[in-house]
Design a protein around this ligand. Structure first.
Ligand SMILES: [Cu+2]
Length: 101
């Protein structure tokens, strides 16, 4: 969580295969949602899994979820918690896809 305008974008290149590791170090659950993409859940608490394709994943308290995806259209996409009070208080960042070379 960061103050407005103080976030650090996650910068990737269009077409790049990336894994995002979501570490929930709180005692609250966070349904994390990425705009403009689908991802596959590939890890749960360090254990490899072949999960479903989705655009939102429930990250349980004190747990880790790894998701793999191909970075899509070059644009600034929102990555945020879909629990609205969390979103409203800043649990949002930017998945910034740059044009491929
Ligand atoms: Cu949340």
């Amino acid at each position: 969580m960061t103050e407005k305008g103080q976030h650090q974008p996650i910068i990737v290149r269009s077409g790049e295969r990336v894994v995002l590791s979501l570490h929930n170090m709180s005692m609250m659950a966070h349904p994390m949602h990425l705009h403009g993409h689908v991802f596959q859940v590939v890890g749960l608490n360090g254990r490899r899994v072949a999960g479903a394709l989705r655009d939102t994943v429930h990250v349980s308290p004190m747990s880790m979820v790894d998701v793999a995806l191909d970075a899509g259209e070059a644009a600034r996409w929102m990555l945020h918690c879909h629990h609205m009070p969390h979103l409203a208080t800043g649990m949002i960042t930017e998945f910034a896809v740059t044009a491929s070379a």
